[in-house]
Design a protein around this ligand. Structure first.
Ligand SMILES: Nc1nc2c(ncn2[C@@H]2O[C@H](COP(=O)(O)OP(=O)(O)O)[C@@H](O)[C@H]2O)c(=O)[nH]1
Ligand SMILES: [Mg+2]
Ligand SMILES: [Zn+2]
Length: 356
């Protein structure tokens, strides 16, 4: 296999060419489906194989973020007679969505459609959370307001979202108005990887089906009583659209905990972060201090109260995660030094006994 023969149709980007040049004998594939410990990979021979982690990979690290996820490019081996291919290693990720510090949602995504439905009570704070995850991942977010057929004032909703999330494209769609789906085309470009994210029941799988032009993804009807979807997509699945884009469907996640997503948070709330720098005191708590730029902006309405509270909540979460990570790092280093000094003591003893 060589770089030229690699099917770019599965979203290969020049970012990875160095791998093929330095390791021309490698077998490389993309993870297109992930369900628990089992993977489906798309190989450069345009074959789909079932794959699992090699022993080497599973024991090489305890960091769950280092394991393959849907969208990853991986190096694999496949011995004739084996039932499954073995994933040997994960190539460096161009972009990466992860939640908490324990799970990669999707890797090497270009654009994220953050789907929120116009019928359920729209939750602007939840959008802050999705957008923070997205900025952190380095993919481009697009907000898709779905099911606008169920809502009389979708334009008001769009305006409200746009005002709160300046600079993010907001597209209003309904499966019952197929022409609305055409707006998505500007992001569904050949070789682009687009992920569908959002709570269960907002219409992600239905959208995937509509864009694929057939029933490929399992969808769920909504129960009238609690507005929750009945069937949930349990796996993460990649579809190749006729136009050449790669579309990933993901299950709605009950928890969307942030990890140490500091960059993402600062991007999502860049105006607030900037404002805080012009407080009179550099350690301003933005409570009762004189010369507090945040308080002034809240009083004048320049910064929305709800958005400020949303920021504080997410910031607490990120700080907490960072502290946990720092603690783990400290512990790791402590153990490393413990081991080094123990090894040293053993060697000194051996030397004294004339064993080396
Ligand atoms: N009225 C209306 N219902 C929709 C629309 N899109 C999806 N649905 C319904 O919403 C329910 C949940 O859809 P599904 O695609 O499974 O949501 P997912 O959990 O996000 O994948 C299903 O009953 C769909 O038929 C839409 O544009 N309009
Ligand atoms: Mg679904
Ligand atoms: Zn302040």
């Amino acid at each position: 296999m060589n770089a030229k023969s690699f099917p770019h149709s599965w979203g290969w980007s020049p970012f990875f060419d160095a791998y093929l040049e330095s390791q021309p004998h490698w077998h490389i594939a993309r993870v297109i489906n992930q369900e628990k410990g089992l993977y489906k990979i798309q190989t450069s021979d345009d074959e789909t194989l079932l794959a699992q982690l090699s022993g080497k990979l599973s024991y090489s690290t305890t960091n769950p973020l280092a394991f393959p996820a849907v969208g990853d490019w991986i190096q694999y081996s496949f011995n004739s007679g084996d039932e499954r291919a073995m994933i040997q290693q994960v190539l460096e990720r161009r972009t990466c969505f992860y939640r908490g510090s324990e799970q990669v949602i999707a890797a090497n995504v270009d654009v994220a459609f953050i789907v929120t439905s116009a019928n359920a009570e729209m939750n602007l704070n939840r959008l802050d959370r999705y957008l923070t995850l997205c900025w952190e991942s380095k993919a481009q977010p697009v907000i898709v307001l779905s099911k606008i057929d169920l809502c009389e004032n979708s334009q008001t909703l769009v305006a409200e979202i746009e005002q709160r999330h300046v600079g993010v494209d907001v597209l209003a769609v309904s499966l019952q108005q197929p022409q609305t789906l055409l707006q998505l085309n500007k992001y569904l470009l050949p070789g682009q990887t687009v992920v569908l994210m959002g709570s269960s029941g907002v219409g992600k799988s239905s959208l995937a089906n509509a864009l694929m032009g057939g029933e490929v993804a399992l969808t769920g009807a909504i129960r009238d009583d609690d507005q929750k979807g009945r069937h949930t997509t349990t796996s993460r699945q990649t579809y190749r659209l006729a136009g050449g884009a790669l579309l990933m469907d993901t299950p709605g996640m009950r928890s969307l905990a942030l990890g140490s997503h500091e960059e993402g948070l600062e991007h999502q709330f860049s105006d607030i972060v900037e404002l805080a720098q012009s407080c009179r005191f550099s350690d301003c708590q933005h409570e009762t201090e004189p010369g507090c730029a945040i308080r002034a902006a809240l009083d004048s309405g320049d910064v929305d109260q709800g958005r400020w509270l949303s920021f504080l909540k997410l910031q607490r979460e990120v700080l907490h995660e960072k502290m946990k990570e720092d603690h783990a790092l400290l512990e790791q280093q402590r153990n490393k030094w413990k081991k080094i000094s123990k090894d040293l003591r053993v060697r000194i003893k051996q030397k004294a006994r004339g064993q080396v």
